[in-house]
Design a protein around this ligand. Structure first.
Ligand code: ADP
Ligand code: MG
Length: 501
């Protein structure tokens, strides 16, 4: 069988890995780097992808797309906060989809992700000396159905065959835990550029069972960057009386400088931030020059650390365990190198339990490559028991909601429900499937709408239709309907979805 690769399709960076001699290794890209920035830019005819796109971002902010993963599979109204924070133009397409507007052309998140995937795969193919077609792609455990479908669609557009969508913490645990003798409870704390995932897994010899996941799809290193960039604009305004907030190019430079400063503060106590010619006024060019101390960084980002703590505690509560029950902690994601983040986790769980054996930047891709190896038969079978982080609820006309699949149910799973009409002589019924945290408002949870056609006309109160709800191993859900008496399948028409047909 041809080689299958594992892809960590990150918000900020992508990493590709493959099995070589039964062990996963990272594949360097055409530029010789182990990670490819998830950035695309439109400048000349051909789009720029990766490092080359990232490098020209300052000079071309309106045509440089990053943080694609924050938009994939989401509705326009769900991303209004993100839109305010990016310099490029995001508009609403048909059916509330998200579109990027670049030089009067509209691009979907799936389309741009596909271009990124294509580069990753082309580089991997030339490294391996054979065309790669089969892939395992990781997504945050907290990704809902339409975000997962969006990722699959991107791979499809790129001409790839997705063997499996794997949850990032599961992949990280796979990279770390081959094989174990005793059952251990592992806490995976993944803070990347744009998302936080905290998961609790039980790892034994062959079984990886995700017991709970919590997190924040809107929290990552870039939020830390933004706080520092905002602080820089305040400092600059204090000194020079100039507000840089409306200068896109200056903002981009401030954000990059902020990221660099935060990375430096992971090893030193203070760092100098120097941005010459940040702007010009009547008196001439202005330069930004400030010192940022680690203690100051911690103060500026205290609320973000608090959110990290909340997600960590939520994951423990969800798994119904105390910090004492955790055997090991895995740090995943570049932002777990921020010392205050590490200290926070250490303080709650205990210092001795931190496992340093996994490279936080590469664990997810390595685990995805292991999963690819299992699916192609190169590695021996492991039982991967994952769970759905969302509940699945059915809302019928009149706003009646009933829970079909509980949060944290092991997947794949399948449940059936008998469904009856409440009115006489109906020929169609609309069903809303809600996926999400039951604590959220209803409108934030609605994912898909189905129309059940050609319902047999009969008396009210009768159980007429058997609905089958399924969540597969990729975390995707499907609904089918059949007549309870005749066993005949009912057509279900999907409407109101942001995903591709
Ligand atoms: P993603 O999973 O979102 O693609 P990564 O795991 O690659 O992200 O993490 C990228 C983030 O990690 C960036 O925000 C980057 O600034 C941050 N980062 C990388 N190295 C360090 C470091 N040494 N100290 C602090 N933050 C870091
Ligand atoms: Mg990541």
């Amino acid at each position: 069988m041809a080689k299958a690769v594992g892809i960590d399709l990150g918000t900020t960076n992508c990493v590709v890995a493959v099995l070589e001699g039964g062990r996963p290794v990272v594949i360097a890209n055409a530029e010789g780097m182990r990670a490819t920035p998830s950035v695309l830019a439109f400048k000349e005819k051909k789009p720029l992808i990766g490092q080359i796109a990232k490098r020209q971002a300052t000079l071309n902010p309106e045509r440089t797309i990053y943080s694609l993963k924050r938009f994939i599979g989401r509705r326009y109204r769900e991303v209004t906060e993100e839109i305010k924070t990016v310099p490029y133009s995001v508009v609403s397409g048909q059916n509330e989809t998200v579109r990027f507007e670049i030089d009067d052309k509209l691009y979907s998140p799936e389309e741009l992700s596909a271009m990124l995937l294509r580069k990753l795969i082309d580089d991997a193919s030339s490294y391996l000396g054979e065309a790669v077609h089969d892939v395992v792609i990781s997504v945050p455990a907290y990704f809902n159905d339409s975000q997962r479908r969006g990722t699959m669609d991107a791979a499809r557009i790129a001409g790839l065959n997705v063997l499996r969508i794997i949850n990032e913490p599961t992949a990280a645990a796979l990279a770390y835990g081959l094989p174990r003798k005793t059952t251990e409870t592992i806490l995976v704390f993944d803070l990347g550029g744009g998302t936080l995932d905290v998961s609790v897994l039980d790892v034994s010899d062959d079984v990886f069972e995700v017991r709970a996941t919590a997190g924040d799809t809107q929290l990552g290193g870039c939020n830390f960057d933004k706080e520092v960039a905002e602080w820089l604009t305040v400092e600059f305004e204090k000194r020079h009386g100039i507000n840089l907030r409306h200068d896109k190019q200056a903002l981009q430079r401030l954000t990059e400088a902020a990221e660099k400063a935060i990375i430096e503060l992971s090893t030193v106590l203070e760092t100098q931030i120097y941005l010459p010619f940040i702007c010009t006024d009547a008196a001439g060019p202005k330069h930004l020059e400030v010192v940022l101390k680690r203690a100051q960084l911690n103060e500026l980002t205290a609320h973000l650390l608090k959110s990290c703590r909340d997600s960590l505690e939520a994951a423990l509560a969800e798994a119904k365990i105390t910090p004492d029950d955790v055997d090991q902690v895995l740090f995943v994601g570049g932002s777990t190198r921020i010392l205050a983040v590490q200290e926070l986790v250490q303080k709650i769980i205990g210092k001795r339990k931190i496992n340093r054996g996994v490279n936080p930047d590469e664990a997810v891709a390595l685990g995805a490559a292991i999963q690819a190896g299992i699916l192609t038969g190169e590695l021996k079978e492991l039982i991967l028991l994952d769970i759905t982080p969302f509940s699945l609820e059915l809302e019928t006309e009149g706003g009646l909601i009933s829970k079909v699949i509980e949060q944290n149910t092991a997947i794949p799973t399948r449940k059936t429900r008998l469904f009856s009409t409440t009115e006489d002589n109906r020929s169609a019924v609309d069903l809303h499937i809600l996926q999400g945290d039951p604590k959220l408002a209803k409108e934030n949870r609605r994912v898909r709408q189905f129309r059940l056609d050609e319902i047999v006309r009969t008396h009210p109160g009768h159980a007429l239709v058997e609905l089958t709800f399924e969540i597969d191993a990729n975390g995707l859900f499907n609904v089918s309907a059949k007549d309870n008496k005749t066993g005949k399948e009912h057509p279900l028409i999907i409407s109101d979805s942001v995903n591709m047909d």
